[in-house]
Unconditional design. Sequence first.
Length: 129
Amino acid sequence: MAKIRAFISFDFDYDSGIKALLVGQAKNEDSPFEISDWSVKEELSGDWKEKVRARIKKVEQVIILCGEHTDTTSGVNAELKLAQEEKKPYFLLWGYSDKTCKKPKAALDSDKIYKWTWDNLKSLLNGSR
């Protein structure tokens, strides 16, 4: 079975560690997904948004890793808006078991932050929301 290609959006300044954990999970033998791309840390100017839009167009799912500062992270909010514009399925993952995680401001009121477990991740990637 082909693996689901996913784009990871995360806060470079605070959440690189949890991004590394998610990338590691993608390498598990029974993983239903592969990381096709992730956020770029560049100034939000020029053609940055078009570069990210092109990356998002190539994937089947967008994973938003939520941490303590996700609500104010301009890059994550811009990437989420691009995913919404491109009508790509996305979901929010609660990145830490011991910290308060926040939704990006671009998230819809109806968007839930899902607990990050292996079973939940598999279900979410398969469309269970």
